[in-house]
Design a binder for this molecule. Sequence first.
Ligand code: DGJ
Length: 748
Amino acid sequence: MMTFKTRIMKEKLESYFNNKYMFTLCFVISVINLSAQKVTIPIATDSNLILLQTDASNVLKTIYFGKPLENESEYPGVFDAYNFNDSNAGVYNGAYTPAGTWNLSEPAIQVKHADGNPSLELKYVSHQKEKVDNNATLTRILLKDPVYPFEVTLCYKVWAKENIIEQWTEIKHSEKKAVLLQKFASANLYFTNKDFYLTSFQGEYLKEMQPVESKLLQGIRTIDSKMGTRAMLLQTPNFILSFGKPASENQGTVMMGQLAWSGNFKMDYEIDSYKNLRLIAGINPFASEYSLQPNQVFKTPALLYALSNNGTGEASRNLHDWARKYRLLDGQGERLTLLNNWEATYFDFDEDKISALFKDAKDLGVDMFLLDDGWFGNKHPRNNDDAGLGDWQENVKKLPHGLGHLVKEAKKEGVKFGIWIEPEMVNPRSELYEKHQDWVIRQPQRPEVYFRNQMVLDLSNPEVQDFVFGIVDNLFTKNPELAFIKWDCNAVIYNAYSAYLNKKGIPQSNLYIDYVKGLYKVLERIRAKYPKVPMMLCSGGGGRGDYEFLKYFTEFWPSDDTEPVERIFLQWDYSYFFPAIATDNHVTDWGKQPIKFRIDVASMGKLGFDIVASHLNEKDKLFCKEAIANYNSFKNIVWHGDLYRLVNPHENDISAVMYVNPEKSKSVVFNYLVNNRYKLTATQRPVVLDGLNPKKKYTVKEINLYPGTTSTIASDKVYTGDFLMKVGINPNVTLQRTSVILEINEVN
Ligand code: DGJ
């Protein structure tokens, strides 16, 4: 039964919403709001709590972000503990800050209504919490503008056990014409701790994922990308926020995040006048005012974050677990070791040369051969990077019998066959360009600008989406036994302009976003038809790699820099965010390190080779075979186990990481020298292990020994987990033993 007071309020609200049906729904879900009390909404994981609360004028604020509170009854009073009560009070901590009305701080959303009015206010209407499964819940909070028929739903999907939150926003209106979205963040967070440290990861070709940590001080620190396609070329959407002190591996409260979007992104970290931190993250609004038609939903990408009160190590392990279980394609499955021909041949190959490499793949003992760039184009043969992109027919001179023949030949040798494509791109010297200039992103009145002699196809155009899907579909239709795809993307978007959007009367400022959405549509179609076939995401090295892409890809290529010492740093830095099973590491001829060092480093992820194996001397060949066999024996621990980063190469002369199986009965520890100076103290100290069971007993055995060498580690000695995790074990890394892999086995 409704009380009289409630009925009057209901009537008022009905006229306010001018929509009885909508109101009935809201009423059911959020009765509290009618009594004009403050509404407090908890977003809780096992070790973190966010509290959102409405204020006296029904605007939703963030009042708490921290460790869980034991008593729910104390939630509503949290903000009273803070004396943020000057004229800025309530301005900074909006849960989703609109622009154009009372709030003059950095907005999360800015719009121009159909009538040209630039003001927006968002008031809490209702919320609902839905159980997704035993671990995950989804909270949806509806906010509405009291004046315009414009609404925003804040969405928080929480995986309690892994302490992961995926947060996004859905924007909708029923105005008479399109509304221009000028800014549309995924998340608008607020933290009241003392002192904030941000680690951002800068990108660069051959120098991907360079971490820099700095204290956030006054003003806004922006990390963004305007590259269009290979978003991570200059900055990456990954970050670590550490509260109170710089981030460390096993202590302190950290938030490890990523904007899961494969295009332009922007993350603003702002210290306000209370010295609190505002974080506003989403698609980069740069040149991207988005025209939203009435009754369509604009769903922003998700800001994903892992939270831990025990440092970056725990946050990474949780993120890895989550990714393997819920996000990465086939995250709990297997992967194929491979031999790639890119650095072995570059564009210079033919059928015989490639067929000879199948034998190398078989001799090495890898699962697959991967044919890289250069196999296609006839009128404009792909003999260099300046021609042929877009013409996805086998080059008849190089491959007279086609790919089908190669797939069969590889099979005869007992190896699978995979292929490289770069389907989003076109060289101006191609038949595709000659036929379909209108499919290319280019300014019709300006000189073309090229990145690696190529341009980007316009994936906002459904015909182009069909074409790109068709490239993959044709390959599989003609060669059903094709086992793997490497999907490359080398160019950024220059001269952003779409002939298609122009023809359709859609604003050009939709292009950056519609491109990415078009790409996701293609990937959806590919996965609907070919759900499991492994695909590697590559982008002129590691220009791409985010958790939206990884719904469709089984793995990604972190960098063309395969120099193994560099790689130790790079793989360490990627490991904060991605599990080893997702990162492809190839052994190449880069650098001066011996083959053992190179294979040991590449074994810390998904192992591959890009060398001419037949050129190796006999001992190296023998070592490769043994190392691959060893890798096969421990790869499950690397792919599916828990990662412990033990010795940081950025701070030490050695580096060490270990992977432990879930039962804590088996582990692999990788140790490397990263500084060649004489007599380093770091090498005199033991490496303290982690993640074992202190009560269990273990032996430590060195594996991957180069033929003719012996280990300095006694493999019959028994240690307790307690000893190994307090005193440690010295891998005896020296100038003569620059890389040491230890296998730890439980003794029963
Ligand atoms: C860039 C990639 O990173 C390389 O591995 C290779 O596939 C080349 N493209 C081919 O053009």
